[in-house]
Write a protein that binds this ligand. Structure first.
Ligand SMILES: NC(=O)c1ccc[n+]([C@@H]2O[C@H](COP(=O)([O-])OP(=O)(O)OC[C@H]3O[C@@H](n4cnc5c(N)ncnc54)[C@H](O)[C@@H]3O)[C@@H](O)[C@H]2O)c1
Ligand SMILES: CC(C)(O)[C@@H](O)C(=O)O
Ligand SMILES: [Mg+2]
Ligand SMILES: [Mg+2]
Length: 345
């Protein structure tokens, strides 16, 4: 398929319908290991799509309880991690990236010949010198990476929509890796699947989430909010002009029909200014994106993530940082603005 002049390999549900996916995987037991964010989305979609799926999760704790609440039955469809890996023919390794490193020595013995090891991130394999995740040569190693949160994957599935995913094959030991990866991609509820490699997936994913999807957007929004506040604008005006209008009014327009369509639905005054100021914003941020990509490609970002996320108290530290964000003036103002949406009254 041609994307803006470039040919790419993609697979749609039309070419590879759900019935075909069920046929390909009819003799497989899929174990979804981990029940954090992607685990629930992928396992519930697979279950609702009629696949033979079980969940492997650390016993006790909140996520085990969440799995039980979602209808996974201990001893029948919910097991501890090692038992699920033993029963599986396909192991979907959906622990957090740091936990994948820690748990790997305990689960690799269950990767017997002909099984498949599935990831939703290229992290563990690409940075193998840092993760020590080195699968045996006689298993398939495949990837389906939904391009969005597991929460969205599930929500969009329930709405009859689909979140796009990339797919990759690192190792095809059985000759069935392509059928397996595409069938799983369709089964977890992907909109369409586009081809990548483990390395390109992790480089683009780490760049995207640090960049426009999460890091850059928060930096940009905050910079504008602060500028408005420093010049005497009230929080309500600053938040509406920075965040609320973006998410509620303008983003849906460019999601639906592209940036030019959103521009076309704004005043000529806005269009002139936006077209003129796009250049300076582009030029100011491009060097930051270039620096970010090179930090990802040399492995520094992966190492930072491994070092911080494998500390025993990392969750408390993270919660403090998230609380600071939540309690900042901009996001406290946001909570009030959201409450005032008529649909929330
Ligand atoms: N969060 C997303 O929506 C998202 C999107 C695309 C890809 N991914 C990728 O999917 C994979 C899973 O990510 P996630 O965000 O769902 O993970 P997560 O951080 O939500 O954690 C998943 C599970 O890991 C378990 N876990 C954590 N530490 C453990 C340990 N020491 N021993 C045993 N279990 C432990 C937790 O109980 C939890 O059930 C990652 O490779 C991630 O990069 C995530
Ligand atoms: C949902 C994201 C940001 O796309 C994913 O990459 C993640 O790591 O959670
Ligand atoms: Mg990611
Ligand atoms: Mg991502």
């Amino acid at each position: 398929m041609n994307f803006g002049g470039v040919d790419e390999n993609v697979v749609t549900r039309e070419e590879f319908p759900l019935e075909k996916a069920r046929e390909v995987l009819k003799d497989e037991t899929i174990a979804v290991i981990g029940y954090g964010v992607q685990g629930p989305g992928q396992s519930l979609n697979l279950r609702d799509n009629g696949f033979n799926v079980i969940v492997g999760q650390r016993k006790g704790g909140k996520t085990w309880e969440k799995a039980v609440a979602d209808g996974w039955v201990p001893g029948e469809t919910l097991f501890d991690i090692e038992e699920a890996c033993e029963k599986a023919t396909i192991i979907q390794y959906l622990l957090s990236d740091a936990a994948q490193i820690e748990v790997w020595p305990r689960i690799k013995k269950y990767l017997t010949p002909g099984k498949a090891l599935y990831f939703s991130h290229g992290f563990g394999i690409t940075y193998k010198e840092r993760t020590n995740i080195i699968p045996p040569a006689d298993v398939d190693v495949i990837l389906v990476a939904p391009k969005g949160s597991g929460t969205s994957l599930r929500r969009m599935f329930l709405q009859g929509r689909g979140l796009n995913s990339s797919y990759a094959i690192f190792q095809d030991a059985t000759g069935k890796a392509w059928d397996r990866v595409i069938a799983l991609g369709i089964g977890v509820g992907s909109g369409y699947l586009f081809e990548t490699t483990f390395k390109k997936e992790v480089y683009s994913d780490l760049t995207g989430e640090r960049g426009t999807l999460m890091g850059a957007i928060q930096g940009l929004l905050l910079a504008q909010y602060e500028t408005l506040r420093e010049n005497g604008h009230e929080p309500s005006e600053a938040f509406n002009e920075t965040v609320e209008e973006l998410t509620q009014s303008l983003m849906p327009l460019f999601a639906e029909n592209g940036m030019d369509w959103m521009y076309a639905n704004c005043s000529t005054t806005a269009q002139r200014g936006a077209l003129d100021w796009m250049g300076p914003f582009h030029d100011a941020t491009k060097p930051v994106f270039q620096k970010l990509y090179s930090e990802v490609a040399c492995g520094n970002e992966a190492q930072r993530s491994i070092d911080t996320n494998s500390k025993p108290d990392y969750r408390e530290g993270l919660e403090k940082e998230l609380a600071a964000l939540r309690e900042s003036e901009m996001w406290r103002a946001g909570a009030v603005v959201r409450k005032l949406r008529p649909e929330n009254n």
